[in-house]
Ligand binder design. Structure first.
Ligand code: GCW
Length: 721
């Protein structure tokens, strides 16, 4: 006879099995309540009154049965049920009640031939429209593609979650550019380069993981913000990723992406034809190499018919590249592009090509010049399915950099901007740094190409030179940690990247408002507090890690996190600030410096070249000045550096007080988790403040006129004596 204990155990196992099954489907969000795992797709229960406004539709009509439409339907039913407590009835035919109607325009016209969108809907765009079909009130979600319908559903659910009025909705949204991808820097052994959210969701021990449930959930998150491509492995690519047996494994990841309209792509190593292909060369102009790439790409498409393409990092930081054979990046990109072309794939070739053995003693040397010097002469040589992927700034994701001049340097070459969501140089998710305001400054920066308004966003989105393709790439590096990036607040950067890639004209204030409401609820105190903290966080972080455009004065030879201003100098990496006893900053002027400024269009050159016109926040990026140089504020450079560090550390401490205001207004788990992060950040800010202030005081010999730094340095030396 079965004992009660036995029955209980079986019952528990069944429950556990059911839970595992639910988690394993790519659709169901993890069960753990407020770890941040659901990110902005929490769909928390609305109050009765708000919910009532959305309950006029008992039915969902879904026209079509593709896997993407299935996701759209499941998401809608799930979201509405979570938020209102009501389960929609799903049908595939005419509505017989008021309904939410999902389907492409072609399908929809069968039901309602008179429906005409106000303008032509582009690929991935969608239209949300309240209308009447067969005497029923219907809210239609339509698009030209199934993916557009899915995006429309996510937008509708977001509106409901934020309590927006949809009674007479008529909204058509178009994506700003076709490339809206994330890159993951995952290694095949499961580690992630510059990843701060745990191990890889794709790989473990040199293989594709057997459990890909998180990969499916990631694709859902990406789709919810309009991202349509994901590169799954590190740009420092292991050649083995192209082995046929590995491609077969990778195709399983594509399978879990597909229902969410996310195309899979991989990073490839250019030496693959030699290293794994058995050829004695990887010279891109050798016909055997071309043939190898062709066969390899055909093989990939046999296994992954919707494969997106490849990302290439070559001749950079020790990676092999076309320079081995005296060939150009265009030669290298084109040989792969030609293999991809018949299948509709693209090559994203990274412009992050530079010499990391630069001679520091030569004052004319400048790493910032590398991307332009390497790629500008090749403009027009790239095939039309190659996109040059350009980091936002000319160095490397520092806390502040000017926009890369290469955006203006290419006219006949497709471009994409590469932004870094993972906070490598900006606090590694252990400190708060909301990057949307930084990205917006770059995207809005007017390059004045040919004397016309040409903001970077328009250049990358093909609005200026009408190039075939282009867009946005974000280095995301989510991991297996429950909240993906290792910190719930850092998820605002992933969300913000997606929203900007969809529409770079959105305001940072609106993006963060939206994200906060979806992630923490609509309590006005919560929305105000968290939005304000996020919006101020980049400036706070900058003020104690790298004011005046000095770059991040971090340990560049190690973790890219702790203060380490001396590590930048006297080596070949080129992240120099050239601080000495008299002054600080890189002279990048045309007149006396490295000439980097000469890479910008003339109007921008004039602006940066002039010491008086150059904005203070980039002063030390462009100019070498004495510590006594007086800024617009009337302060000397050295005093600004002292004050900025003290103000920054104080602002970081204030985050604790600000955060305490939300206690009891959000769930306890996330409240306490985030509080401890702010307590830690306050301490780190003091470490940064004291390290940098003492370093620069010793270098310059100029005391802080508020008596803090010299005093402190004195106290330390007294202690030692
Ligand atoms: O910022 C640097 C990182 C490297 C990275 C490189 C790149 C993947 O420190 O870890 O390598 O940029 O973008 O290729």
């Amino acid at each position: 006879m079965m004992t009660t204990h036995c029955v209980r155990t079986i019952f528990r196992c069944l429950l556990l099995g059911a839970a595992v099954f639910l988690c394993a489907t790519s659709f169901t969000p993890p069960l753990s309540a407020e770890t941040g795992a659901e990110a902005w797709l929490r769909y928390s229960r609305l109050d009765r009154q708000t919910a009532a406004a959305y309950e006029q539709f008992p039915e969902a009509v879904v026209l079509g049965d593709s896997s993407v439409l299935k996701s759209a339907q499941l998401e809608l039913v799930h979201g509405v049920a979570q938020m209102t407590g009501k389960t929609l009835r799903v049908s595939n035919i005419l509505p017989d009640a008021n309904a939410l109607v999902l389907g492409t325009l072609t399908e929809l016209r069968v039901l309602a031939p008179e429906l005409r969108p106000p303008e032509k809907i582009k690929n991935d765009g969608y239209w949300l429209k309240m209308t009447n079909i067969h005497n029923h009130q219907c809210l239609i979600v339509t698009a030209v593609t199934d993916r557009g319908v899915l995006y429309g559903v996510f937008e509708l659910l977001s509106k409901i979650a934020r309590g927006e009025n949809i009674t007479s909705i008529d909204e058509l949204q178009q994506p700003f550019a076709p490339i809206r991808w994330v890159n993951q820097w995952d290694n095949l052994d499961g580690r992630i380069e510059r990843g701060y959210g745990g191990r890889s969701i794709f790989f473990a021990d040199g293989k594709v993981r057997s459990d890909l449930s998180r990969a499916g959930q990631y694709a859902r998150l990406l789709a919810s913000i309009g991202i349509n491509g994901c590169t799954i492995n590190n740009v420092n690519a292991a050649p083995g990723v192209l082995e046929d047996s590995f491609i077969a494994q990778v195709s399983r990841i594509a399978d879990v992406f597909r229902p969410w309209g996310v195309r899979l792509s991989i990073s490839v190593d250019l030496s693959s034809p030699k290293v794994i292909g058995g050829l004695d060369t990887f010279d891109p102009l050798d016909p055997r190499v071309a043939e190898w790439w062709r066969k390899k790409v055909d093989e990939i498409y046999r296994k992954i018919p919707d494969f997106g393409g490849v990302v290439v990092k070559a001749d950079s930081e020790g990676r092999l590249g076309p320079s081995t054979y005296g060939r150009t990046p265009a030669d290298a990109a084109n040989v792969i592009a030609r293999a991809l072309k018949p299948h509709g794939g693209v090559v994203l070739y990274r412009a992050f090509v530079y010499n990391h053995h630069l001679d520091w003693h030569n004052l004319k040397n400048d790493r910032a010049k590398a991307a332009y010097d390497n790629f500008r002469p090749l403009d027009g040589d790239f095939d039309d399915n190659v996109i040059v992927q350009i980091k936002n700034g000319p160095i490397d994701f520092q806390v502040r950099e000017p926009a890369s001049p290469l955006f203006a340097g290419l006219r006949r070459t497709n471009e994409a901007i590469e932004l870094q969501i993972t906070q490598e140089y900006t606090g590694q998710q252990r400190q708060l740094c909301f990057l949307v305001p930084m990205w917006k400054e770059v995207l809005d920066f007017d390059m004045r190409v040919d004397g016309n308004a040409t903001p970077v966003k328009d250049l990358v989105a093909r609005r200026v030179f009408h190039r075939p393709v282009g867009g946005f790439v974000g280095v995301a590096n989510v991991g297996l940690d429950a909240n993906w990036l290792g910190s719930p607040l850092a998820m605002a950067n992933l969300f913000g990247f997606g929203r900007l890639a969809w529409n770079p004209n959105l305001k940072a204030e609106n993006i963060i408002d939206e994200w906060t409401r979806l992630t923490f609820g609509t309590d006005p105190l919560v929305v105000k507090t968290i939005s304000e903290m996020q919006l101020s966080s980049w400036h706070v972080y900058e003020s104690y890690t790298g004011p005046l455009g000095a770059g991040t004065l971090t340990n560049i030879l190690g973790n890219h996190y702790d203060p380490g201003p001396e590590s930048s100098e006297d080596n070949g990496w080129g992240q120099w600030h050239r601080a000495d006893h008299q002054g600080i900053g890189m002279d990048r002027t045309v007149a006396t410096g490295t000439g980097f400024i000469g890479q910008y269009p003339p109007e921008v050159q004039v602006f940066y070249e002039s010491l008086t016109r150059c904005p203070d926040n980039l002063l030390l990026f462009f100019h070498h000045v004495p510590y006594t140089y007086v800024l617009r504020s009337g302060k000397t450079v050295i005093q600004h550096i002292y004050d900025s560090h003290y103000d920054g550390a104080e602002a970081a401490r204030d985050f604790i007080t600000q955060w305490k205001a939300v206690e009891g207004h959000i769930d306890d788990e996330r409240y306490r988790d985030i509080l401890s992060r702010f307590q830690y950040q306050a301490g780190e800010a003091v470490v940064w403040r004291d390290t940098i202030c003492n370093w620069i005081y010793h270098l310059s010999g100029i005391p802080d006129n508020k008596g803090r730094v010299a005093f402190q340095a004195q106290a330390v030396s007294d202690q030692h004596n």
